[in-house]
Design a protein around this ligand. Structure first.
Ligand SMILES: NC(=O)N[C@H](N)C(=O)O
Ligand SMILES: [Mn+2]
Length: 282
């Protein structure tokens, strides 16, 4: 209900804001603490960079034209300079934009956070990728992502690590069509975007927590992570640091960094998580 005293009341959300449901993942590109909300605070950022983890928050995302792409700005979030064996970046595609190919022997996964792109490759006809849809492109696999209006993608690329004669193939899917997997001892809901077969040297987990739910295991493992918080808010523990996080935040987790999450607020938390798998760490 509208506050009728008109003064001393916190700025309430107007009826129209409440009526119009926002598209899924809307907060990633419209975070509560967006750059515009922080610009009056000189020198302040929520971002942190340490040896075994980093919190990269929206006011720190620095965009520049992506080499080899057309009409696309990229913000590299995680790169081998941090210690990762992968790159994670936002690709902001504008009208009449198109992707460039990754370097030789590099595999790529793109996930649509906003807008739509069309994926074409040599063989199959073109496929439209909308929000919550993704594509895995094997190494040295010709393809083009074309955008007529605008789109925001989160992109992972890394050198494909061969294992015997296994090969990977083009995969196109959407989160809501992936089955929920068993999570013994944990309460979060888990989907994986790639097959778990040995050919694939990483996976992308989509993890959902209801408010108040948290990771049971305070994990420490050899795998590394690149995380994008798609929805919600909570507290991320990384090593001995506890960070309030919200949709739009990105986290780098080096191997063995103690990690833990608790979801807070009124809406579910959903995060997208890169995790290397199926390969000997030696
Ligand atoms: N920090 C995480 O959410 N880690 C995942 N549960 C994982 O490593 O599978
Ligand atoms: Mn983990």
């Amino acid at each position: 209900s509208k506050s009728d005293d008109g003064f001393c009341s916190a700025p309430s959300i107007t009826e129209s804001d409440e009526e119009k449901p926002k598209p899924i993942y809307w907060k990633v590109t419209n975070p509560t603490l967006s750059p515009s909300h922080l610009q009056d605070l000189p020198g302040y950022t929520r971002s942190v960079y340490k040896r075994d983890h980093a919190l990269i928050t929206p006011e720190s995302h620095v965009y520049s034209p992506l080499p080899d792409w057309t009409n696309t700005l990229g913000a590299y979030l995680i790169t081998p300079a941090m210690g990762s064996h992968f790159v994670m970046y936002f690709a902001k595609m504008k009208e009449m934009s198109s992707s460039g190919l990754p370097p030789k022997d590099m595999e790529r996964l793109v996930f649509v956070v906003e807008g739509a792109v069309t994926l074409t490759n040599t063989s199959s006809s073109s496929t439209k990728l909308t929000v919550d849809t993704y594509a895995y492109l094997p190494p040295n696999f010709y393809h083009s992502l074309d955008c007529a209006e605008s789109a925001t993608l989160i992109v992972f690329e890394r050198r494909y690590e061969r294992l015997g004669s296994h090969t990977t193939e083009l995969i196109v899917g959407s989160t809501d069509k992936q089955p929920l997997l068993e999570t013994p001892g944990e309460v979060f809901e888990l989907r994986k975007l790639l097959p778990v077969s040995l050919a694939y040297d990483f996976n992308i987990h989509i993890m959902d927590f209801q408010p108040g739910e948290f990771l049971n295991v305070k994990e420490v493992h050899y795998n590394q992570h690149g995380l994008l918080l798609l929805e919600g808010q909570g507290i991320y523990r990384l090593g001995d640091n506890w960070y309030p996080v919200q949709a739009g935040d990105v986290i780098w987790m080096a191997p063995f960094v103690p990690q833990w999450y608790a979801a807070l607020g009124k809406t579910r938390s959903r995060y997208l998580l890169y995790k290397d798998v199926n390969r000997n760490p030696l």
